[in-house]
Design a protein. Structure first.
Lengths: 221, 221
DNA sequence: CCGGGTACCGAACGTCCATACGGTACTGCG
DNA sequence: CGCAGTACCGTATGGACGTTCGGTACCCGG
C-alpha cells in the first residue's frame, strides 16, 4: 500500500474516460443542472440503477482520479464538476439530434447545439432537448421536427411519455412513446393509429428509459 | 396519473425581504456559485457568524416563506435559489396571459412572468409568449394552455398564424387564428372543424394584427 | 400591553451520507 | 497464466446534516 495521500489530486494530464464513465459524468451533470446541487452517492445509484451507493463511490473515485471531477472528502454532495472540452454554458439546454446505437444520449457527438432555454420552464426541469423524428406522436401534439424537452431519469410511471432505448446497450436509436405497464410487461404506445404498440417483456428484451418528456418546443409554424 | 397542476409561473407573491434576509440570500448565492453546491445550515452559521445552525434554519424558513428560495425537506444542501422577482432579466421573453379589452398587449398588467428563452430559437425572432386559450387551433398542433411564441408585427401574409384583435382598439380579447386573404376581405380560420371561419371586411370592421406565431412551447405533457 | 414578526441562542434526535472493507465477474495484456 | 483495471455487489460505521423544541431580546402596530 502506498503512503496515504493527504489530498486527492487530479493527475497532471487528462486521462480518457470509458464510455460508462462518460455516461455517468453526463448523468451527474444533468442532475446538477436540474437539481441545483450535485447528487449523493445514493441518488447516483438510484438514478443509474445501481443497488448500492458503493458502486457510485467507485465511479466517483475513477472520475476524480482521471480529473473529471473533484471530491471534497467528508462533505455531503461534495462534488465539483471540472471543465470539460464542450463548455456547457450556464443555463442552456443541449439539443440532441440523432443518437447512434449503443452510445449515451448526452454524448458530445450527439449534441447539435445549445439553446438558452430555462430548464425550470418545465416540471420536472428539463435536462436536454431531443429532436423528434416522425409522426408517431402527432395525436399527443408532438410533430415531426419538434423539440421534446426531456427530464433525464431512469424511472417512469405508466402513462408518461418516455424517451426509451429498446434492445439494451447495443440497441437501435432512441424512440419517443407513451409508456404503459401491463402486468410485468411494458407497452410503448404511439399516439398515432397508424403505428402498433410495441410490447416488451423486460426479462427477454432489455428496455432502457432515458428520460420522460416534460414539454415541447416547436420552432417553426 | 397525478392531477394536472394548475399553471403557476410567476412566484405567488413578491414579498419584500428585510435587509438582513437579503444579505443572507446574497451570501448563499455567492457560496453556491463558488462551491458549486448550496451550503448546509452549519456552513451558513459559520460563514455569517451564527453560533448555531438553527439560526440559519430560521432564516431559510423565512426566505422560503417569502418565495426567495425553495427547501427540499430532509435533503442535505436541499436549497434552490429562485429567480429574483421583478427583475427583467436580460434575454427573457415576457409571458402574456389574458389581455383585457382595449389595452395594449404588452401592457405590464398582462405580463404574468418572464422566461429565459432565446428569442432566436424562432425565426423571425420571438418578441413575447402568449398563453393560448381554447382548442380552436388543435389541428395546427396548438393546444389549450400552450405558449405561442409571437413575433410582433402588424403585417402578415395569407396562410400565417396570427395574433389578431377583432373589433379594433376597443375590441375584445385577442385571438389566435390562421389568416387567409380572399380578395379584399380577410378570413380568420380556426384549425378545428368545430369552429367556423370569421370573415371580416376591413372597411366595416377593424382588424388589428398584433403579431405572427413563430413557434409553440408546451410546458407540460 | 399584548400579539406578531425578526433575530438570534443552545441542546438534542434521528437519518442521511460518505466511506471503508471485502467479494464476484469480466476484459485485456504481457 | 497472473496481474491490473473496470464494473458491479452487500454490509457496516461514524460523522454530517436537517429539524424540532424551547428560550431571550428587540421592535412595531393596535
Amino acid at each position: 500500500m502506498p503512503p496515504r495521500r493527504p489530498f486527492r489530486l487530479a493527475p497532471p494530464e487528462p486521462v480518457a474516460l470509458t464510455a460508462r464513465q462518460r455516461q455517468i459524468l453526463d448523468w451527474i451533470r444533468a442532475y446538477a443542472a436540474s437539481a441545483g446541487m450535485p447528487p449523493t452517492r445514493a441518488e447516483i445509484a438510484r438514478g443509474l440503477g445501481f443497488s448500492t451507493p458503493s458502486s457510485a463511490e467507485d465511479h466517483l473515485r475513477s472520475l476524480a482520479r482521471k480529473g473529471a471531477i473533484e471530491i471534497r472528502p467528508g462533505t455531503s454532495r461534495g462534488l465539483r464538476l471540472l471543465e470539460a472540452p464542450g463548455v456547457p454554458v450556464q443555463g442552456t439546454l443541449p439539443l440532441v439530434g440523432r443518437v447512434a446505437a449503443g452510445s449515451p444520449i448526452l454524448a458530445t457527438g450527439h449534441i447539435e447545439g445549445r439553446w438558452r432555454v430555462d430548464p425550470a420552464l418545465f416540471s420536472p426541469a428539463a435536462d436536454y432537448l431531443l429532436r423528434v423524428r416522425g409522426d408517431s406522436m402527432v395525436d399527443a401534439g408532438i410533430r415531426d421536427g419538434d423539440l421534446l424537452a426531456v427530464h433525464a431519469t431512469t424511472e417512469a410511471r405508466s402513462g408518461q411519455i418516455v424517451v426509451a432505448r429498446v434492445g439494451g446497450a447495443g440497441g437501435d436509436e432512441v424512440t419517443v412513446k407513451r409508456l404503459k405497464r401491463r402486468g410485468r410487461a411494458v407497452l410503448l404506445v404511439a399516439e398515432n393509429p397508424a403505428y402498433a404498440p410495441i410490447e416488451i417483456d423486460p426479462a427477454t428484451r432489455p428496455l432502457a428509459i432515458e428520460g420522460v418528456g416534460v414539454g415541447v418546443i416547436r420552432t417553426g409554424l
